[in-house]
Design a protein around this ligand. Structure first.
Ligand SMILES: Cc1ncc(C[n+]2csc(CCOP(=O)(O)OP(=O)(O)O)c2C)c(N)n1
Length: 646
């Protein structure tokens, strides 16, 4: 029986000795390695927070005291300690534990998350809310745990400056491992790195001011030049000044795997009646040799683990492909990355921008091939778009490659800084549609709706990987304002890639299959493959339907839509996005505006609710986004003469 088996609620840690707390954190780590190695999931960051989660819960009384985990991908140890130890094996699976913290899942998950940099902002509101509700500060501590990667998101700084101004008693644990998913970037990361390399510096800090004044020659000069000079000399020697200037007490750098040091630092931070940042250094992948000893590459590789990727605590051997095995089509991300490199080679103005998702977006391919054409701005989607806008003003052709879900952050930059200025920025939206295990925080389902309403914007979506190559080329050829393409997670459909990409005429769709005049299905992006699948099933049942690829959601090919509407009894639209304000709505508006408002339309897409996590196949089945379900709905609509319902 392990000690961990006796921890059913976080309060069970309160009576343990420090030695036992160390044991529990080792057992949490072993449990995570064993479980996640088998089922897959976020990995390295969780191995880095085992001691921290134990230390926090051993000192606090959750949920009366509130621990907020930024992103929440590093919160597995917290889940294990808060009554979910035995359910860890269900994490990210359909109907299992949520991939990140989830308010609905546990009273100990104080905020829902999945997107980065939100924890400090929530903490400020929570603390103020508790005060307003009449709860004394000693009766409910608030602590936000944020990584050095998530600290690069601007919204974290907005919170730091608000809390510092208000003097709220909050604790921020800056969990610094030098890594985002890839190695962290930017000046902040350089600054943290300097501190981490000199962990003794902070001891110097406390006495630096007195010592400066005591120096025989320098002291009097410093006194003469006043506080300005003192501050700037102190800034060099005193790493926490950056925080202190903003009203935060700073303590660090603490070894985040040293239980005693952690508890000492946290205890005094909780006792301070003001905002305190506790800067800790941890190792991403701690306790798993392949990550810990594999350098930056090892840590990046083990940010997440694939199912069955670990046996007996070590990476599982990958069996070589059997001769004659079917070669899988390439991932959309890979096709995009390769195509972007070719576009960069063709046109010296093209550059690629990522917001901390270099391999996720395929931009690692560009980084490797043409490093001077590659930019990583950190977890800073708003800055990615402002940076792109500035580049475009000077004639560059920026391609901002950002997941559909993360681009939501930059909505005003798209509206105000790109569209209104009519700048030639290309938006490449990876992970458009239901993404699977990462769940509702990560599904890319709103972009059609939130971008279709913007003047000057052109929207397109490839039906397969070859069309992705053509569309990227089309976007870079276009020079009349912003243009976006969206493509799904995962593999292409197995078509041959073009040797030479073509430019597609903006706002034109294409008929792929002519039917007998009863039903026309118009697909958009991944909706086209669904439309073709449904058509094949309907064919077997004697219904010969027309299938078209809309290619553009803005401008919609009004001529093609009018033709399909006039030649068929039922028009069906298929898109992998929310129906509200989506592509189908656009078709409906276009026909109505063109005088064909009486067309029978069946809109198929995603529902007006947040879809859960699980494999993409299960989720597609749940929402009815399958060829079979679409075929059934078309059959029902054909036999039912009442207006089709979406
Ligand atoms: C707004 C947003 N952009 C991108 C991501 C993808 N993402 C998830 S975790 C992560 C890295 C976080 O790094 P850090 O905060 O340092 O935590 P670590 O994994 O190193 O512990 C990124 C970029 C995200 N979750 N949210």
């Amino acid at each position: 029986m392990t000690l961990l088996h006796r921890i059913n609620r976080p309060q069970d840690l309160h009576r343990l000795s420090e030695e036992d707390l160390v044991r529990v954190s080792d057992e949490v780590r072993a449990h995570i390695i064993e479980t996640v190695g088998e089922i897959g999931g976020h990995f390295g960051a969780n191995l880095g927070t085992c001691e921290l989660a134990v230390a926090l819960h051993s000192l606090l009384d959750s949920p009366r005291d509130k621990i907020l985990w930024d992103v929440g991908h590093q919160a597995y140890p917290h889940k294990v300690l808060t009554g979910r130890r035995d359910q860890l094996a269900t994490i990210r699976q359909y109907e299992g534990l949520a991939p990140f913290c989830s308010i609905g899942e546990s009273e100990h998950d104080i905020m829902g998350a999945g997107h980065a940099s939100t924890s400090i902002g929530y903490a400020v509101g929570l603390k103020e809310g508790m005060r307003r509700a009449g709860r004394p500060d000693k009766d409910g501590k608030v602590v936000a745990v944020i990584g050095d990667g998530a600290m690069t998101g601007g919204v974290a700084f907005e919170a730091i400056q608000q809390a510092g101004g208000m003097g709220l008693p909050l604790v921020v644990v800056l969990n610094d491992n030098g890594m985002s998913i890839a190695p962290n970037v930017g000046a902040l990361s350089r600054y943290f790195h300097r501190l981490r390399l000199h962990p003794k510096l902070w001891h110097t800090r406390e006495h630096v001011e007195d010592r400066l004044s005591e120096l025989p020659r320098v002291g009097p000069a410093i006194e003469r030049y006043g506080p300005m000079m003192k501050e700037s000399i102190k800034a060099f020697w005193a790493p926490g000044l950056f925080w202190e200037e903003l009203g935060w007490a700073y303590t660090g750098v603490i070894d985040g795997h040293d239980m005693r040091a952690l508890r000492v630092a946290l205890r005094s931070a909780f006792a301070a009646e003001r905002p305190v940042v506790v800067h800790i250094a941890t190792v991403k992948g701690k306790g798993f040799a392949a990550a810990e000893d594999g350098g930056l590459e090892g840590m990046e590789r083990w940010h997440a683990a694939k199912p069955k990727s670990i046996t007996n605590g070590a990476p599982a051997k990958i069996a070589p492909a059997k001769p004659g095995a079917v070669v899988k089509p390439p991932q959309y991300t890979q096709v995009f990355g390769d195509a972007l490199v070719r576009e960069c080679q063709r046109d010296h103005r093209v550059v690629g921008i990522t917001a901390a998702m270099n391999s996720g977006t395929g931009l690692n391919i560009l980084q490797k091939a043409m490093p001077d054409r590659y930019f990583d701005v950190g977890i800073a989607e708003q800055q990615a778009i402002l940076f792109a806008a500035g580049l475009a003003l000077e004639g560059s052709k920026p391609v901002a490659a950002i997941y559909s879900t993360f681009l939501q952050r930059a909505f005003d930059q798209i509206v105000h800084d790109v569209c209104l200025q009519k700048l030639n920025v290309v938006f490449a939206l990876d992970r458009a549609g239901l993404v699977g295990d990462d769940g509702p925080t990560h599904h890319g389902v709103f972009d059609i709706a939130y971008m279709r309403c913007l003047p000057h914007m052109v929207l397109m979506a490839p039906r397969d990987e070859a069309m992705l190559v053509h569309m990227l080329h089309t976007a870079l050829d276009y020079d009349d304002g912003p243009i976006a393409l969206r493509y799904p997670r995962g593999e292409g459909i197995g078509v041959e890639l073009p040797a030479v990409p073509q430019t597609i005429e903006i706002g034109t769709g294409e008929i792929l299959r002519e039917g007998d005049g009863k039903v026309a299905i118009v697909g958009y992006g991944s909706g086209v493959a669904m439309a073709l699948e449904a058509a094949a099933l309907l064919d077997e049942r004697g219904l010969d339907v027309t299938v078209a690829d809309a290619r553009f959601a803005k401008p919609i090919d009004a001529g093609l839509m009018a033709q399909l509407a006039s030649e068929h009894e039922l028009l069906v639209t298929v898109e992998e996005g929310v129906l509200t304000g989506g592509f189908g709505s656009g078709v409906w508006e276009t026909l109505n505006d063109g005088g064909a408002g009486d067309t029978r339309i069946l809109r198929i897409g995603l529902p007006d609710r947040y879809v859960t996590h699980g494999t993409a196949a299960l989720l597609h089945a749940e929402v009815g986004f399958t060829g079979r379900r679409i075929a059934e709905r078309i059959e029902a609509a054909v036999s039912d003469r009442t207006p089709a319902q979406a």
